[in-house]
Design a protein around this ligand. Structure first.
Ligand SMILES: Nc1nc2c(c(=O)[nH]1)N[C@H]1C(S)=C(S)[C@@H](COP(=O)(O)OP(=O)(O)OC[C@H]3O[C@@H](n4cnc5c(=O)[nH]c(N)nc54)[C@H](O)[C@@H]3O)O[C@H]1N2
Ligand SMILES: Nc1nc2c(c(=O)[nH]1)N[C@H]1C(S)=C(S)[C@@H](COP(=O)(O)OP(=O)(O)OC[C@H]3O[C@@H](n4cnc5c(=O)[nH]c(N)nc54)[C@H](O)[C@@H]3O)O[C@H]1N2
Ligand code: SF4
Ligand SMILES: [Mo]
Length: 774
């Protein structure tokens, strides 16, 4: 509970009345989207949301909210929300619709699914989900148990390059999932007697104060800093965290593995690692030393642009740091060589010995409750559903069975070529597939045009819906649906307090459509009944609790234990050790070795870099990294909220002051970013925070305030969208990782008069589409 909170004002019940206003305690997760799910107080009056506050009683966020949640009232009451199912009128791209009923929409979808299944088989249906929002387990469950297709993709994300490569690396090394322990694992937080804060947070390729990604909050680190924790930051730009760090390594994008191997090299050579821990619990120390031998600080400087003496300083710092908690991020996944890079950064953490200890890098067995839910719902599913999944057999790790999704890149090929089988139906939930999730936007857009029937489930009309959909289903905001939320911890209740038109949560759509498609697998009458079943049957951590009890409590923390490798609580056979073949942490991964994958941490040059493509780099001299997170937007979302756009009206790309001067570019100028794959325009943000020779361009940009008709540019879908400059199908043997953050480009001022005029977009805050029968 936040210190200084007035307990009379913030009462203990989950719901109470203040005059004519009802206050409801809940968890805001999505929509609009976020990875987290902060505890909030929703204030409603006359069936309308009038106010939102962070819940000061919640140990999760202690009353804090970011600006996107503070704008919830604007989002929920937005005049251009989709509130009823829409059927396309006219051609795709005319953005003309007629409203139909939910029953009609379900009947059309079920009939199409039946037709496709009969003529081509169920695998010709693909589903697509977005990141970490409500639809993740629901849509996958609908795919596997409802449509009975294994072809569920993360919206065509190339190489599943979000978190999955890091998860693969953790699975290889530890046999399980780990996360930084910043006092978030028990309700007592810092007052938990077993807890000890990290001495150092090793914040690698992550900007958590802005991104709050993957079930972890940046403000948990800030809390630790207030208790004395120091920071070690590896980033391409000077972030807030970097500015507060004892050690800050600023590197060329895509060279993290080399820097990590350089640090390992010095730590091993100078005996700066935790010898006692490594001798007892780590397998592959000699092999790592052999691999790291080539990465002398001088070699690493040449590769990464980090001065050799900084590498030595960094290794010595970590060697005497005490407890080190690794908090890592997305750029490690967004290089072709993502798995090797993640292994390298994990190796640095292992050498500090801070594994599963208070304030260290800890194992949370019930980390991925959402996947557990999906497995639970799909457990009656026949083996034949999984057989023939696109991408299996082609990439080593997928072949041995890893990863919940089929390979988006291979779905793309199947859509384009009809091989190994054609794709005839798409069902997309919470993904703006070709605007944001996928690389090579125009190609992916064209591929969707070849799929005869596409359903999109969304809150708003997006380029994906306007350009590709035949049916659009209306999705509920967070306060308009029942749900449960857990990523790592704790389990939280989501309360439905409003109903807007026909809008439904993804779980309700899954349940209603699932009951039509395959009633045996969707046997619950209501969403709360399903939630209760799910909670009680989780294999990672069953919660013996009723829905009403959870609602009453708001959240539940499972008991957390440290040093599970000593107690036998980490392995499948309950023996002491880690959940790997050798029972140790495998810096040399035996399972990778037998699967034909490099078993050690590794660095390789990105496909397109000044080193690997020197000829192309003469034309495109900048190293391009894309998609740093911003406060105002979650991916391509929130662009129709006036309050967010007033803070952040236009797409921005960062360029170093000296580079900008040399090119005659001033802060705020519109510039073209161009490379081998495409050309777009963004506004220059001239800054000393970014290294010379590198550009950071924002992702997810479209313009809901513009016309959504194809002939007018589909809400500006390809004008400023950085994925016109990234590519699909550029994966390493493992089959995980992609090059979204490792491209090259050139930059020049827009001087042809085509740039938007003024400080603010016209019609800002709107997102219109035509409905013929309204
Ligand atoms: N507000 C907001 N929050 C979000 C999202 C959002 O769109 N908006 N998206 C969510 C999702 S799905 C994800 S995966 C996470 C991602 O969130 P993070 O894991 O924090 O990843 P990024 O913000 O992409 O990049 C983190 C930092 O890495 C730096 N960087 C760029 N390239 C490199 C590189 O090659 N090496 C190193 N060491 N650093 C590099 C960037 O400058 C940035 O400061 O955020 C989640 N949270
Ligand atoms: N160049 C570049 N590209 C990137 C990235 C990058 O860093 N650089 N990041 C990549 C990463 S890590 C990721 S995870 C992807 C993310 O990509 P996506 O997850 O596809 O994100 P969006 O494009 O914002 O699409 C999400 C859509 O879901 C809708 N929505 C919100 N809440 C809900 C809900 O509860 N239910 C349903 N059904 N819909 C909802 C929103 O209105 C929005 O239209 O982007 C990737 N693309
Ligand atoms: S947007 Fe911010 S405040 Fe809202 S749930 Fe996500 S992390 Fe919490
Ligand atoms: Mo992501």
């Amino acid at each position: 509970m936040r210190k200084g909170m007035n307990p009379d004002l913030y009462r203990e019940e989950w719901q109470w009345q203040e005059g004519d206003v009802t206050v409801t305690r809940s968890c805001q997760w999505s929509g609009p989207g976020c990875h987290q799910g902060c505890n909030v107080l929703f204030y409603t009056k006359d069936d309308k949301l009038v106010k939102i506050e962070g819940d000061p009683r919640s140990p999760v966020n202690e009353g804090r909210l970011c600006m996107r949640c503070l704008a919830m009232v604007e989002a929920v009451n937005h005049p251009d929300r989709i509130l009823h199912p829409l059927r396309r009128v006219g051609e795709r791209g005319e953005n003309m619709w007629e409203e139909i009923t939910m029953d009609e929409a379900y009947a059309i979808i079920a009939e199409k699914a039946r037709e496709v299944t009969e003529e081509y088989g169920p695998k010709s249906i693909v589903t697509g989900i977005g990141t970490g929002r409500n639809a993740t387990w629901q849509t996958s469950s609908l795919a596997f148990a409802g449509f009975q297709t294994p072809n569920d993709t993360a919206g065509m994300l190339s190489g599943d390059c979000c978190y999955t490569p890091r998860l693969q690396a953790m699975n290889a090394i530890f046999g399980s999932d780990f996360i930084a322990d910043c006092a978030q694992l028990s309700a007592e937080r810092f007052d938990d007697p077993e807890y000890r804060r990290p001495d150092v947070v090793l914040n690698w390729a992550c900007n958590p104060v802005v991104s709050n990604a993957d079930g972890f909050f940046g403000h948990w680190i800030v809390d630790c800093m207030q208790h004395g924790t120091k920071l070690f930051v590896v980033d391409t730009r000077v972030t807030w965290m970097a500015a507060h760090a004892d050690i800050f390594l600023q590197l060329r994008p895509g060279t993290d593995a080399a820097v990590a191997l350089g640090i390992c090299h010095v730590m091993l050579e100078e005996d700066l690692y935790d010898k006692e821990f490594c001798d007892r619990w780590v397998y592959g120390m000699e092999a790592l030393a052999e691999r790291a031998a080539a990465y002398t600080p001088e070699v690493v400087e040449k590769i990464s642009w980090v001065p050799a003496e900084k590498i030595v300083e960094a290794a010595r710092y970590l060697g005497s740091a005490g407890t080190v908690a690794l908090q890592w991020g997305l750029p490690l996944d967004q290089t072709k060589w993502a798995v090797g890079a993640s292994l390298a950064v994990a190796a640095v953490e292992v050498l500090t010995g801070s594994i599963d200890v208070p304030g260290g890098f800890v194992n949370v067995k019930y980390g991925h409750v959402q996947s557990d839910i999906r497995e639970n719902i799909c457990k009656g599913m026949g083996k034949q559903v999984r057989e023939g999944r696109l991408g299996d057999g082609k990439y080593a790790l997928r072949t041995v069975g890893f990863g919940p999704h089929s390979m988006g890149d291979d779905i793309l090929l199947a859509m384009e070529t009809g091989e190994p089988y054609p794709i005839k139906m798409g069902f997309l939930c919470s993904t703006n597939s070709f605007i944001n999730m996928a690389g090579e936007s125009k190609r992916v857009y064209e591929a969707w045009q070849k799929v005869p029937f596409v359903v999109v489930c969304d809150l708003f009309m997006t380029p994906t819906a306007a350009g590709c959909a035949d049916i659009v289903l209306p999705i509920a905001m967070g306060c308009e649906r029942w749900g449960i939320r857990a990523w790592f911890t704790p389990l939280r209740a989501i309360n439905k307090i409003l109903q807007a038109g026909d809008a439904r949560g993804d779980e309700q759509i899954m349940l209603e459509l699932g009951q039509i498609l395959n009633p045996d697998m969707f046997f619950w009458d209501t969403v709360p009944e399903m939630n209760e079943y799910v909670m009680k049957n989780l294999s990672s951590m069953p919660f013996d609790i009723t829905w009403e009890e959870l609602q009453e409590k708001t959240l539940v923390y499972p008991k957390f234990q440290y040093r599970k490798y000593e107690t036998g609580d980490m392995r499948f056979d309950k023996q002491p050790g880690f959940n790997t073949t050798t029972g140790r942490i495998e810096l040399y991964c035996t399972m990778y070795d037998s699967a034909g994958i490099d078993p050690l941490p590794s660095f390789k040059e990105p496909t397109c870099s000044p080193v690997s493509a020197p000829e192309e780099a003469k034309e495109y001299p900048f190293v391009l990294t894309t998609g740093r997170r911003s406060w105002e937007f979650f991916h391509s979302e929130h662009r129709q909220l006036k309050s967010m756009r007033e803070f952040h009206p236009w797409p921005l790309c960062e360029i170093n002051t000296q580079d900008a001067e040399a090119l005659g570019i001033r802060d705020g100028d519109w510039v073209y970013l161009e490379n081998q794959w495409g050309k777009i325009m963004q506004k220059a943000e001239v800054s000393d925070a970014i290294l010379r020779g590198t550009i950071m361009a924002e992702h997810g940009w479209w313009f809901p305030e513009r016309s959504g008709k194809l002939e007018d540019g589909l809400y500006g879908a390809f004008d400023s969208n950085i994925n016109c400059l990234t590519i699909q199908n550029d994966m390493a043997t493992a089959g995980y990782g992609s090059s979204y953050k490792t491209q090259i480009c050139k930059v020049y001022k827009v001087e042809d008069g085509t740039e938007p005029k003024g400080d603010m977009p016209e019609n800002i805050g709107r997102n219109q589409f035509e409905v013929v029968n309204r």
